[in-house]
Design a protein around this ligand. Structure first.
Ligand code: PLP
Length: 628
């Protein structure tokens, strides 16, 4: 466990069980019901063929754990409830989930259902997000907030006002001063009294990667001048009572409670000033930013970790608001937060297969080919190379090998070198590079996944996620590895791991036996940001809950295959149906026989990822769809 720091980032949900497999405690430790789900059993159920009682899904696979999601919501609510109780705060906490973090239907619906008793609501930042939040909240608590952030046009504002008419507690948060004119005009047209919020641009600045949206020069929110402008306009049309919420967001992954306290304190001062100016204030919305400890270090020094607990976060917020309001004799507002990352990161695990890169083969290596045609310069380089190799100086060896290769390529271009001679040089360089990797003991493992589709933040902002094997954890790993993905892109590699490591301890692969890795804490942002580079689409998904009665049983309550080749082609506006027809006709013209159409149909319906290991026989898990 210490090799992978699982007790740091994984507690209280992930641990290693007696079989050496990774297991999940979906309710954390705070439950009378002892439930532990063995992740390997879930993977087996997912990938086994239907004829073997499995689901016939292909990897990569996202295992969703809705009970973890529920535990996160309950924990956040209870941290605020107890801070409010212990500090005799005179109002309550009521959170919203920012759907941008992961708009997946099952997650949004789960959050609304699990959060109903806490009046938990949703936050939207665009028109489609607003549409999904409106329809999801029809099943929420009538008191849940629907917070409308983001840049707005007439359509967005009309939709938000319609939501209010439908009885949803909708707040239009002004992101720019001009939006207030549209809100005034459209609300009059639709005869709806709007509830308005203002996003303030705070002076408090978060200095980490995620803090670029904060501070005076931040992209979002209204300056003090603009806030006063809005107040003036609303007062002018007798709508100042509609201004009821103050919002700010100083960035994701807030590193410390001191920064948090600073930001909340500044916002609370603005809140009290708005009360003094006559606005109908009732809510302070502290945005997102509650962080996740990705590397388990519990430190405020990097973007990968945070230096506080949920309880400390809530206590800091409540104390900062209370202190300012008490000083100004202002009634305590409802505290709202828009935590996304901290709610959904833990509930999903991405499982994928890894295989050790092929050993370099040496058949037919005949160095006599090489030495035959060498020029004098190249012959000297060859002598240096062999000398360094004999002494085991692999780095020097590689330098000489590259120089030798360059010279040989030049000779080949001049026509004085045969293809066999060039192949002998290539092979020599491969062997030396392999020998030097072994001396460094860092090996490459190929992973059946696309970094761009499944871990986009690693590529884009060097965000690290815990990655580790999900089985064989009772055996000491003997290899240090880096991971290389399926895409033909040099960025498609994982070469940095939590804790500053440049390699990951892995086990030797065993022939014919799949080796599974899991990526953890990736439930926020990764699915929504993942792209279609190389047309490698989204992963398969299973939704897994513990079985009634506890113990080690589990039930799969939902399964969705990943995007097929046809799906990803369609996403780029190709037309798989007509492509299939055209290829089928061509095959018929070439007298290729009927089985070609079946193979083509199967290819369109299959996932784009490699099919090996424990996955099922071709065709087992796919309907023929529209291609027959
Ligand atoms: N609210 C707003 C306005 C945001 O911009 C964001 C994220 O960027 C969030 C909430 C969610 O932040 P987090 O995931 O850090 O909780």
């Amino acid at each position: 466990a210490s090799l992978y720091r699982i007790n740091g980032w994984g507690a209280p949900y992930f641990s290693i069980n007696g079989s050496g497999n990774l297991s999940v405690r979906p309710h954390g430790l705070e439950t009378l019901l002892f439930e532990e789900i063995d992740l390997m059993k879930v993977v087996k159920k997912a990938v086994d063929s239907r004829s073997n009682g499995g689901l016939g899904l292909q990897l990569p696979l996202i295992v969703r754990l809705p009970d973890v999601l529920k535990h996160r919501i309950d924990s956040l609510q209870s941290a605020f409830d107890s801070a409010i109780r212990s500090q005799s705060y005179d109002s309550h906490y009521q959170g919203v989930y920012p759907v941008k973090c992961n708009q997946d239907r099952s997650i949004v619906e789960d959050i609304v259902a699990f959060g109903r008793s806490h009046r938990f609501g949703l936050e939207a930042g665009s028109k489609p997000e607003l549409l999904l939040a409106m329809s999801a909240l029809c099943k929420g608590s009538p008191e849940s907030y629907l917070i409308c952030n983001g840049y707005k046009d007439e359509e967005y504002i009309s939709l938000a006002l319609m939501a209010r008419k439908m009885g949803l507690d909708t707040v239009i948060v002004l992101e720019q001063e001009e939006e207030v004119d549209l809100v005034i005009e459209i609300s009059k047209k639709l005869s709806v009294r709007p509830v308005i919020g203002i996003r303030a641009k705070l002076r408090t600045k978060h200095s980490g990667h995620f803090g670029s949206t904060s501070g005076e020069k931040g992209k979002f929110g209204l300056t003090t001048l603009e806030i006063l402008g809005v107040v003036r306009k609303l007062r002018g049309v007798a709508m100042l009572d509609c201004l009821q919420l103050l919002h700010f967001h100083i960035g994701s992954q807030i590193p410390s409670v001191s920064l948090l306290g600073d930001g909340v304190g500044e916002a609370a001062q603005i809140y009290c000033e708005l009360v003094r100016l006559g606005a109908g204030m009732r809510v302070i919305d502290i945005g997102g930013g509650l962080g996740v400890d990705y590397d388990g270090s519990k430190s405020s020094a990097s973007d990968m970790s945070i230096g506080y607990t949920l309880e400390e976060y809530a206590a800091t917020v409540v104390q900062a608001v209370r202190y300012v309001c008490d000083q100004k004799f202002v009634k305590h507002p409802v505290i709202c937060s828009e935590s996304g990352r901290a709610l959904v990161s833990h509930h999903s695990v991405l499982v994928f297969e890894a295989t050790a890169a092929r050993e370099v083969a040496t058949p037919g290596l005949d160095l006599s080919y090489l030495t035959l045609g060498l020029s004098d310069d190249a012959r000297t380089e060859y002598g240096n190379l062999m000398g360094a190799a004999m002494k085991g100086e692999y780095e020097l060896c590689l330098v000489h090998a590259e120089q030798l290769k360059q010279r040989c390529v030049e000779e080949f271009k001049l026509g004085s070198f045969a293809l066999e001679q060039l192949a002998a040089v290539d092979m020599l360089c491969d062997l030396l590079s392999h020998a030097s990797q072994q001396a460094d003991s860092v090996r490459t493992y190929h992973v059946n996944l696309s970094v761009f589709s499944s871990i986009p933040d690693f590529w884009a902002i060097e965000q690290l996620f815990p990655i580790m094997p999900i089985h064989r954890l009772d055996q000491r790993p003997s290899i240090n590895a880096i991971l290389s993905d399926l895409t033909c892109d040099s960025d498609g590699k994982v070469t940095k791991f939590i804790g500053g490591a440049t390699s990951l301890p892995l086990h030797e692969s065993r022939p014919g036996e799949p080796y599974y890795l899991g990526m953890f804490l990736g439930g926020a942002y990764q699915e929504a940001l993942g792209g279609l580079h190389n047309l490698l689409g989204s992963a398969s998904v299973v939704r897994v809950v513990g079985s009634d009665g506890g113990g080690q049983a589990f039930a799969v309550t939902g399964a969705v295959p990943g995007q097929s080749c046809a799906d990803v082609l369609r996403a780029m506006r190709h037309e798989p149906d007509s492509m299939f027809e055209a290829l089928k006709c061509r095959a018929e013209d070439c007298f290729m026989g009927e089985s070609v159409a079946r193979t083509l149909a199967w290819s369109f319906n299959a996932m784009p990822y490699l099919r090996h290991g424990a996955t099922t026989a071709a065709g087992d898990e796919h309907e023929w769809g529209g291609y027959d």
